[in-house]
Design a protein around this ligand. Sequence first.
Ligand SMILES: C[S@@+](CC[C@H](N)C(=O)[O-])C[C@H]1O[C@@H](n2cnc3c(N)ncnc32)[C@H](O)[C@@H]1O
Length: 241
Amino acid sequence: MRGNGIYSPAFVSGLFDRMSRTYGVINYISSFGFSEIWRRQCVRRIDWSEYARDHLTLDLMSGMGECWHLIRDRSATRIIGVDFSGEMVKKSLRQAERNSLAGVTVLQEDILDNSLGSERADVIVSSFGLKTFDDVQLQALAAEVARLLRPGGTFSFVEISVPKNFLLRPLYMFYLQKVIPVIGKYFANDAYSYKYLGIYTANFENAERFVGYLSDARLNAAFQSYFFGCATGVIGTKPLS
Ligand SMILES: C[S@@+](CC[C@H](N)C(=O)[O-])C[C@H]1O[C@@H](n2cnc3c(N)ncnc32)[C@H](O)[C@@H]1O
């Protein structure tokens, strides 16, 4: 699924290849630790008691494997991460080894052009991977979620969003668009890459449209709001028939 300009796979994977060196630490500092809290909340939306070693969880746009220890704390499920940034994938594999995470593999592929079989996944989780998809790509992603999940399977996504509150909105957007590039400049010597966080977030707004596309793909999908809408997401299931 070819996006244009800042939504093309080459642009987005190049951006994350460049940011991979500093992404973890800047992501944590610049979100005041909220990114980790929202990831945890996203993973907790799944009832992991149903899933064990013989089940399969896909972590889409898995980055450096930030969700894996959160999943492992709750379930022995097999995990396959999918990410198209070679540098992020390398870091995630190193991280998995360092933390002795067994049963985890990674596919370095574009999720909109992947080699995964249909209806194999019991669970799909994804944190902070939606904003770099344009509208057409979000529709294609929703169709992929419907294809990849087994009937009865569950999913949970979270993404940084533009809060609706009239006081919080300008403050948060000022922070994302003006302050984070400065943090990127001083901590990573890379204001250029970090300025895109604000651009993508402003265009994405929130997960509402994605909820609609998942429903169009015949999934049960419910909108989720985290911390007054500073992050939003969706949880849901694939109906049994
Ligand atoms: C903001 S990072 C999120 C990483 C991680 N999930 C986290 O919680 O921090 C977004 C990741 O999505 C990946 N990504 C974006 N679009 C993708 C696509 N179409 N297919 C595969 N990976 C993609 C990027 O390479 C990047 O590693």
